[in-house]
Design a protein around this ligand. Structure first.
Ligand code: ATP
Length: 214
């Protein structure tokens, strides 16, 4: 069965660094369905100032042109903190026979031990790690990382969960934090935003209204 890609984030705002590298992952691995799951109240970082409904709407707009990238509102709708493990459990229940592949940028992957129930992630899902500008692998490579570099992508089709692979994606040097800072300083169309998202932000004055960038 074809794996399902799972891509979570605050998407505050969603930008091209959230899209082009995932399209690379799809092309390289053959995955043709990636769920974009904006979190409502992230478990491992402060809750974004931007209303979850705005972050959801921006995600939907950004993905309009890409049928293989699907916005999924389960964390927006779920009350309480948006932990990834319950999200993976619900996807597993809905798709008992399809491998799940949680896709993480290197920065997020290096923080995974700060997540609640992080050890359960690999029981429920495989992990695809994408390189990201600025995120460095520690000098001394952990054993699991050496294994990830040698693991073939086809394992993502063979195992429902439990494997880590590294996928080499285009370097897109954009971050949501930098975009928020630019926009709060008055830059109305910073580079890195999909056009539809830039228009939505301007229409709702999302980041200028926040004043100081979070
Ligand atoms: P912030 O600056 O607010 O932390 P962000 O740009 O890192 O935001 P998030 O929503 O926190 O975006 O990230 C969601 C996921 O997207 C994470 O796995 C992160 O590593 C990945 N990601 C974000 N930007 C890029 C990028 N330019 N290249 C590759 N992965 C990225």
């Amino acid at each position: 069965m074809k794996p399902i890609g799972v891509f979570g984030g605050t998407f505050d705002p969603i930008h091209i660094g959230h899209i082009y590298p995932i399209l690379d992952v799809c092309e390289i691995t053959g995955i043709d369905e990636v769920r974009y799951i904006p979190n409502a109240r992230p478990g491992h970082r402060p809750t974004p100032r931007t209303d979850p409904n705005h972050r959801w709407n921006m995600t939907v707009l950004a993905l309009e042109d890409y049928p293989q990238l699907v916005a999924d509102d389960r964390e927006i709708k779920r009350p309480g903190k948006s932990f990834m493990v319950p999200t993976l459990r619900s996807l597993r229940t809905e798709n008992p026979f399809r491998p799940l592949c949680l896709i993480l940028g290197m920065d997020a992957f290096l923080q995974i031990r700060n997540w609640y129930w992080w050890a359960d992630v690999l029981r429920l899902s495989n992990i695809i790690v994408m390189n990201r500008p600025g995120a460095k692998i520690p000098n001394v490579l952990p054993v699991w990382w050496e294994q990830a570099l040698q693991t073939q992508n086809r394992i993502l089709y063979e195992r429902l969960a439990g494997n880590i692979v590294h996928v080499d994606v285009s370097f897109i040097d954009v971050s949501a934090t930098r975009l928020r800072v630019s926009m709060s300083r008055g830059d109305e169309s910073p580079e890195g935003l999909p056009e539809s998202v830039a228009q939505y932000i301007a229409q709702h004055q999302i980041y200028t209204a926040q004043g100081v960038a979070a």
